[in-house]
Unconditional design. Structure first.
Length: 316
């Protein structure tokens, strides 16, 4: 079963951000906006300055929050930047005080108030129980011809336990570990042959209890349900959720594409899951892998491709 693709759950997380000089709404998204300080005179050329239309940066994450080890750092841009060379050089990400060694990947926007977004991840998942710091001192700097960043941002978040789930469509199981230790194996039912569940790795995006799920226009049988204990993993509407109506858990894949659990297991996983926890699906009956832009399908892009920057390479 799929929900209509909605971003309300994500926006609810964004609204709690702290951006100086603004209040409420998407404009006060995560991170801290800072003013540029005057640098002491130096003989070393500084970063390239920009001029023209202002580009404002907002972060998805919020200072002081804890996320799963698969969580990408997400920056939203108010205008589509055309050159990432200065941004890539000046923005620093550290984990436990050391260079994180990751890369930014520029993508089309997934939210209405942004013209472009960039995701940062490392080659492997973040270490568990770590401190991640982002320093984005880009105010006044070049964002492409006729574009200038109008704010600087810092962000401090933490990672929680390494809660990793693997869903096997052939075995009809969802196996969960925490910091490398087994936690539970749950019985599941995935998408039926005509509505298969995606392959690949997604990241827990949001949780709703309940989530309204509707059939597509013209679909039969039509449905409109409030589904308990729903954990979103794609924008297009795949969830891990309570399927009290499904009598095939652990034996057959009959869902509309979501990962179905028993009521008790769904309630447990809902309470256990952290935003940013990675979940990987295998043997789902399809070759279709979760697209990078369908929620946070970032882990389905190989590292060499990711490091090239997506829509903008670091050298552009």
């Amino acid at each position: 079963m799929r929900a209509l693709p909605v971003l309300a759950a994500l926006l609810a997380l964004v609204l709690a951000g702290c951006t100086s000089g603004t209040s409420g709404g998407p404009a006060s998204a995560g991170g801290k906006t800072t003013s540029s300080s005057s640098a002491a005179p130096t003989t070393t050329p500084g970063p390239k300055k920009g001029s023209g239309a202002p580009v404002h940066v907002r972060m998805f994450e919020n200072d002081g929050q804890t996320y799963g080890v698969g969580m990408p750092i997400i920056a939203y841009f108010s205008k589509k930047i055309t050159d990432a060379s200065v941004f890539d050089k000046e923005v620093k990400v550290t984990v436990n005080g050391q260079d994180a060694g990751g890369a930014w990947y520029f993508e089309p926007p997934s939210v209405g108030y942004a013209a472009m977004e960039a995701h940062y991840r490392t080659q492997q998942y973040w270490p568990a129980h770590a401190q991640v710091h982002v320093d984005m001192p880009v105010k006044g700097l070049w964002a492409g011809q006729g574009l200038v960043f109008d704010n600087s941002v810092t962000l401090d978040i933490a990672t929680g336990a390494a809660q990793v789930a693997n869903v096997d469509g052939a075995a009809h199981t969802m196996t969960i570990t925490s910091d490398g230790q087994p936690v539970k194996t749950l019985e599941v039912s995935l998408g039926a042959a005509k509505t298969p569940t995606y392959l690949g790795t997604a990241v827990v995006m949001a949780k709703s209890n309940p989530e309204e799920m509707k059939s597509d226009p013209g679909e039969t049988p039509a449905y409109d349900l409030l589904v308990p204990w729903s954990v979103r993993v794609t924008d297009s509407g795949e969830f891990i959720h309570d399927a009290y109506w499904n009598g095939h858990l652990g034996t057959e894949n009959t869902s509309h594409g979501c990962t179905n659990l028993s009521p008790a297991d769904a309630e447990w996983y809902y309470g256990f899951a952290q935003i940013g926890d990675p979940v990987t699906w295998t043997n789902t009956g399809t070759g279709q892998v979760i697209p990078v832009g369908d929620g946070w399908g970032d882990w389905n892009v190989d590292w060499n491709t990711w490091a090239q920057g997506g829509l903008l390479s670091p050298g552009q």
